[in-house]
Design a protein around this ligand. Sequence first.
Ligand code: PMP
Length: 356
Amino acid sequence: MSRYWSEIVHTLTPYVPGEQPKIEGLVKLNTNECPYGPSQAVLDAMAGQTTEALRLYPDPQAGSLKDAVARHHGLRADQVFVGNGSDEVLAHVFMALLRHEAPLLHPDISYSFYPVYARLYGVTTRELPLDAQFGIQVDDYLAAGPNGGIIFPNPNAPTGRAIPLADIERLLQGNPDSVVVIDEAYVDFGAQTAATLIDRHPQLLVVRTLSKSRALAGLRVGYAIGHPDLIEALTRVKDSFNSYPLDRAAIAGAVAAMDDVAWFDATCARIVATRERMTAALQARGFEVLPSAANFVFARLPGHAGAELAAGLRAQRVLVRQFSKPARIADFLRITVGTEAQTDVLIAALDTLLAR
Ligand code: PMP
């Protein structure tokens, strides 16, 4: 092995995604996908691709999708960047927008892809601890001294806890000189979006995905919205990697998904209702459940090890996510909100487990 290669192997610790099982018939509540299929309009738009269209390269700008996203948020198309899942959007953010003379600030318990990108792009980071209730304290970020950027999900993952818009506004007011990235992967399930602050705060970038509330994890579409200068920086980095991040079917499907507001509203409401039922059922069994504004809950059962609970559920074909690090969250389960029927199976499996 060459020295260079072995250095890369030892420096980079890749992100480990939740299990995508090869066996069928599992109740899959481990990676926060939508339990319902996407809007029929999405399927129709994708099936409508002609051979003549597929023969040709897609629009490198994905202009129709940028227009649809801009319409949705009341912005202009030059305030929109699109990518192959929000993970790719985030990769470009790390490359293009973070300053290197001061650390990137992010919560100690957060989306575990951030440290991976930071290592890949040589960005130094400083983790700020969540408070005793697993909440993000904006004052900690304001008091942290110079930073090269700030990033966190709202609602946070894997905790599901959201902070109010007023806190994000305060963070922006006190931090005018570096980019603030709010990762809104789960915002549609009950948190307040920061998209409304974009026109007043040029250092704000909001990142979204179509993987959760639009049921398109398999299509890989995400986007960022912000000041045109931030978008231009992202576009330059993107064009240096791959000027065609989205294929024709993905663009067509994503446009249809953005436009089908009735499907979107009904699906989000359905998931939120199931989340509340699941939360009550878990609490009735002694679980401590953090207040969730996401399509998952983060819960622990005092006196029970998280890894054992997760293994006990898996033995009954129910998949949930458990993180062994940091130790503070090792006893929590992150459980995706499934269908009503999947929720019944989860609760029955827990009852079987706890009766032993
Ligand atoms: N941000 C957060 C906080 C997430 O949990 C996820 C999903 N793992 C993503 C971004 C990435 O989503 P995707 O790449 O599917 O758009």
